[in-house]
Design a protein. Structure first.
Length: 196
């Protein structure tokens, strides 16, 4: 009887340990890994979108065409030259453990849409990090972030590198005071770039 009870306890312990270990791995593994993403500035930034073509479709078409090797005498326009800088700022450490550096710049493209460009980003990795924009120029924590409101531009593509994030069509891109790298499960600010 004792041997059977002991086996049952071991089986229950193993069954409970497996999801606990998986959860701990999901939470802690980003601290030991880095993901670098290098994206070019949107090629369609200076383009006027034809009716029925979305910006992502145009990017896909332009990426394919860019791989074709052929001589041309027509200079390729610089997409960034056609985009207006609305605001820019430098990422800084949130605290001694959550660190960040790099530049955040909001651009208004020729078609009126907005793009957030992160360059030379290097932020402490963590679980489920998101890129948020808020009107608060220096949110110190979750409460200040929620009080001022924010727009979630989606998951951070990589904790290092150059990345682009599109704003929703109805976003007032001139109203933002900062860009925040935010850990959703723990509601922790990893880094803030105050915009000017």
């Amino acid at each position: 009887m004792r041997l059977t009870l002991k086996k049952t306890v071991v089986i229950i312990a193993v069954v409970l340990a497996i999801p606990l270990i998986a959860a701990l791995w999901w939470l802690l593994s980003p601290l030991f890994t880095d993901k670098t993403v290098i994206e070019e500035f949107p090629m369609s930034a200076g383009a006027e979108m034809p009716p029925g073509i979305t910006r992502s479709e145009a990017e896909s078409i332009m990426s394919g065409i860019a791989k074709i090797d052929m001589d041309t005498i027509e200079p390729i326009p610089k997409s960034m030259a056609d985009a207006a800088v609305i605001a820019t700022g430098q990422f800084r450490d949130a605290d001694r453990f959550h660190k960040g550096s790099g530049t955040a710049t909001i651009y208004r493209l020729a078609d009126g849409s907005g793009v957030l460009r992160l360059e030379s980003l290097n932020v402490t990795n963590g679980p489920d990090l998101h890129v948020l924009t808020t009107t608060n120029p220096n949110p110190a924590g979750r409460d200040e972030l929620h009080r001022s409101g924010y727009i979630d531009l989606g998951p951070l593509k990589g904790n290092r590198g150059d990345q682009n994030y599109s704003f929703p069509a109805d976003a007032d891109i001139e109203s933002f005071g900062s860009v925040v790298i935010y850990c959703m499960p723990f509601h922790v600010i990893f880094s803030v770039a105050t915009l000017q």
